[in-house]
Design a binder for this molecule. Structure first.
Ligand code: AMP
Ligand code: ZN
Length: 139
């Protein structure tokens, strides 16, 4: 499986960088975003390093979307949000900051006024860890 030794998400998959893991299977890995745009913000990635939508093989995309549905369902059971976005960014202009394909799973609250290209603001790490435990129950 292709891995980029300088990629932060490849390091998360290998365990070299810690994460609040929610789920993994042979092809995909899901974990909490540490700069959450909303409570419960999670990321789903293929284990194989692939930079963006265009480079990702169809099979990899399909597996990643299926895991995103699984995480979205668990998040919804945990937090009962009003809505939920799946967001995927390609290129700096589209606010892609990590060049390893990923899908944001983002719970939404009515009138939360969340805008695209949100800035990165470190979340409450203890609270994120506790929430990950609650979501894992549903995965
Ligand atoms: P994007 O801007 O679409 O490339 O999204 C990358 C996301 O990765 C951002 O929302 C970051 O908060 C998140 N992120 C970066 N490094 C980490 C990390 N070590 N653990 C969890 N999330 C991360
Ligand atoms: Zn990578």
């Amino acid at each position: 499986m292709h891995r980029d030794p300088d990629c932060i998400f490849c390091k998360i998959v290998s365990g070299e960088v810690p994460s609040f893991k929610l789920f993994e299977d042979e092809a995909t890995f899901a974990f909490m975003d540490i700069n959450p745009a909303n409570e419960g913000h999670a990321l789903v990635i293929p284990k194989e390093h692939t930079p963006d939508l265009y480079a990702a093989p169809d099979e990899v995309l399909a597996r990643t979307v299926v895991t995103a549905k699984r995480v979205a369902t668990a998040l919804t059971r945990t937090l009962n949000p009003d809505g939920l976005n799946l967001i995927q960014c390609n290129g700096a202009a589209a606010a892609q900051s990590v060049m390893h394909f990923h899908i944001h799973v983002l719970p939404r609250i009515t009138d939360d006024a969340l805008a695209m290209n949100w800035g990165l603001k470190l979340g409450d790490i203890d609270a994120i860890g506790r929430l990950a435990e609650r979501i894992r129950v549903w995965i």
